[in-house]
Ligand binder design. Structure first.
Ligand code: GDG
Length: 461
């Protein structure tokens, strides 16, 4: 059987546990059977990185990592990937900071990665590349002579041509995506936007999911990512005995818990959500003293200015809401910038009466699925979900809101708080069935099956 090689920016080597709060590490955790390899950045900055990857083996899986110089990391990761691509792909043109030297650095790091992976590849390996940090990687690996299948999955959204064109190197990015055999997106909308870009910007021919460019065919399809729903649900059940979960439950003294869990990122719509909570307490004073809103938002990407500004905004907003509505024995909003252990998180989702997931734009959003999986079937809570999260394409029984409208979020939370148990059960049963169906395993299998069809595709092209 062909060996699977995963390539991603960060490599979650099992012993470095705490590092893996991101969605990708979790989705791929179960895919790596003995014999497979995971390649990427070590997380270390060194003055003179070795050309060969350093290899660590854990449970039969080889983790191959390379170091970066501080300057390469700045231009590749902070500058181009997170300072230009991330805002662009989340529809935030105003936050996009494009500098040609950052793009050069991005290309150079991709080239370094391709140069150090290629010598350790075997001819019949299958290579699966992940996310926006590594768009040119496939073309570069191909140029070094690797002939096996190379697939790419974009975890974040994609944008229509009119928006992508604002990026000065848009054409290059679309050409690079077309160099893969298969590109997967979270939703059909993102896949279609990409095919439109290939057609409009490169003159490619599009036929259903297939894109033909310069006599070569590639496929761009939707493959929504999921979670390991069964085991998450079990973990949530067990977590009732978690010390921290018990302490939170006791501190609620019968009040309803509204819970939000997000990396501290401007795409997650946190200021609007905080504002919505203030609106809820204003418009529906009957809920005062009867609810608590707990927002867990571990800090992320603090090297990027915009993220530091967000932290300051949230501190200010939280202070304002608590200053306005707190009583001597009731604080409406609790907000923590520290990461919680995964089992605690599962337990907190379970005792949550309302899950608020209101990103302004999100590839999928796994928190929505984790909240659904964790809820008790007999007395489930309600999910309030942004229409701009990929998850909203599947989880249509949630209360779907426009995340730019704090009043609409407040109204949905109110509706969730007063919703009769029969309706909550009905919605939850439908949502849970979906989360159990589109799991992380199903997502991986679909992608790898589609990638395995590629030799036939070549023959047909
Ligand atoms: C990208 C895309 C796409 C969060 N806080 C803590 C914690 N988390 C975990 C959550 C969840 C994961 O991190 C976050 O995943 P999301 O999907 O919500 O968002 P991104 O990190 O932006 O992920 C996204 C995803 O990739 C997968 O393709 O869905 O659209 O942006 O699993 O539970 N985990 C722990 N403590 C925390 O405090 N342990």
């Amino acid at each position: 059987m062909a060996r699977l090689v995963i390539v991603s920016n960060r490599v979650p080597i099992p012993k470095s546990r705490g590092a893996a709060a991101g969605g990708l590490a979790i989705a791929l955790r179960d895919l790596l059977t003995p014999g497979s390899m995971w390649f990427g950045w070590s997380g270390r900055l060194t003055a003179e990185p070795a050309a060969q990857p350093s290899l660590v083996e854990a449970r039969g899986v080889t983790y191959a990592t390379v170091d970066l110089t501080a300057e390469a990391h700045r231009s590749f990761y902070v500058g181009f990937a997170n300072g230009a691509l991330w805002p662009l792909l989340h529809f935030r043109l105003g936050l996009m900071r494009f500098h040609r030297e950052d793009y050069e650095g991005y290309l150079a790091v991709n080239q370094t990665f391709a140069a150090s992976l290629e010598p350790v590849l075997q001819p019949d390996d299958t290579v699966w590349v992940h996310d926006y940090h590594l768009i040119p990687f496939g073309r570069m690996l191909r140029a070094r002579g690797f002939q096996g299948p190379i697939g790419f999955f974009l975890h974040v959204p994609f944008v229509p041509p009119s928006m992508l064109e604002a990026m000065p190197v848009a054409r290059e990015l679309v050409v690079d995506l077309c160099a893969y055999d298969l590109v997967g997106f979270q939703t059909e909308e993102h896949a279609r936007d990409f095919r439109d870009c290939a057609q409009r910007m490169l003159g490619a021919t599009v036929d259903g999911e297939w894109v033909r460019l310069n006599g070569r065919r590639m496929r761009a399809f939707a493959d929504p990512i999921g979670i390991d729903a069964e085991s998450f649900a079990q973990e949530a059940g067990r977590a009732a005995s978690d010390k921290l979960v018990r302490r939170v439950a006791e501190s609620m003294v019968g009040r309803a818990l509204i819970i939000g869990v997000d990396r501290m990122d401007y795409s997650k719509g946190l200021p609007q959500r905080f504002e919505a909570f203030g609106r809820l307490l204003e418009k529906h004073p009957e809920h005062r003293r009867k609810i608590h809103y707990l927002q867990i938002c571990p800090r992320s990407r603090e090297e990027v200015d915009e993220y530091r500004k967000l932290r300051i905004d949230l501190d200010r907003l939280a202070g304002r809401i608590n200053g306005k509505f707190s009583e001597f024995d009731w604080t409406p909003l609790r907000y923590s910038a520290r990461a919680a252990p995964r089992s605690t998180l599962a337990g907190l989702y379970r005792i949550g009466r309302i899950g608020v997931v209101t990103p302004l734009r999100d590839g999928m959003n796994l928190v929505a699925k984790e909240f659904v999986a964790s809820q008790p079937d007999e007395d489930p809570g309600v999910l309030v979900l942004s229409k701009f999260a990929g998850a909203a394409h599947e989880l249509t029984e949630a209360l779907i809101v426009n995340p730019f409208d704090p009043d609409a979020i407040a109204d949905a939370v109110h509706l969730g708080l007063i919703m009769p148990v029969a309706e909550r059960r009905e919605r939850h049963a439908a949502l849970k069935a979906k989360v159990l169906r589109t799991t992380a395993q199903v997502y991986c299998r679909r992608f790898l099956d589609a990638l395995a069809q590629r030799p036939l595709v070549r023959a047909a092209a």
